[in-house]
Design a protein around this ligand. Structure first.
Ligand SMILES: CC(C)(COP(=O)(O)OP(=O)(O)OC[C@H]1O[C@@H](n2cnc3c(N)ncnc32)[C@H](O)[C@@H]1OP(=O)(O)O)[C@@H](O)C(=O)NCCC(=O)NCCS
Length: 156
């Protein structure tokens, strides 16, 4: 079986930008990064894409928080036809490693506690609940803030 190759993108060619915007909308709806934010995330944040045989299967963006040592990850998705093949687990695991190399201490995420797939994935990756954020995205849109340690394993 092919392996997911995770890359950090820096500059987006027009075709890549269009495709990422479309894939994001398909998985995340109005919460997706659009053509105006994707290039900003790539140039000045951290934009990751997971590719299977050269085809984008999923993506996530991270940024450094104002609290020293923390990163925040959002817009994390695997395209519908690639789901339930452990690709989300692989993408998240590699993002944790890559951000660990950037000197981060914790990776923060928020998820809708009713999003069973996301909650199972974050739980399996070692994320722990930090705080309930009531009405975080507006009335009735509460989120759970979770964090995982970003450790880089020292060579023995
Ligand atoms: C959440 C998401 C990234 C998971 O991607 P994925 O590649 O399907 O995840 P994996 O195959 O690695 O699944 C890992 C585990 O998560 C759980 N899981 C995944 N999808 C699930 C579902 N639909 N229902 C219940 N549990 C699910 C399972 O425990 C699964 O392990 P298993 O397949 O061995 O049972 C994907 O469903 C997605 O993009 N959803 C829409 C966007 C989204 O909600 N993003 C998260 C925002 S916080």
């Amino acid at each position: 079986m092919s392996e997911l190759v995770v890359r950090r993108l820096f500059r987006l060619e027009p075709e890549t930008l269009g495709r990422l915007a479309e894939h994001g909308r398909e998985s995340l709806g109005e919460a997706a990064l659009d053509e105006w934010l994707l290039p900003v995330a790539a140039a000045w944040g951290f934009l990751f894409v997971g590719e299977l045989d050269g085809e984008p299967a999923g993506s996530a963006q991270g940024f450094r928080c104002s609290d020293k040592g923390d990163f925040y990850l959002d817009c994390f998705y695997i395209r519908p036809r690639f789901r339930r093949r452990s690709l989300g687990t692989t993408l998240l695991g590699q993002v944790l490693q890559l951000l660990g190399h950037e000197g981060g201490r914790r990776l923060l995420v928020t998820a809708d506690p009713e999003n069973g797939a996301a909650m199972a994935l974050y739980d399996a990756a070692g994320f722990q609940a930090v705080e309930e954020l009531g009405d975080f995205y507006g009335k009735g849109r509460s989120r759970l803030l979770m964090a995982a340690a970003l450790g880089v394993e020292e060579p023995r």
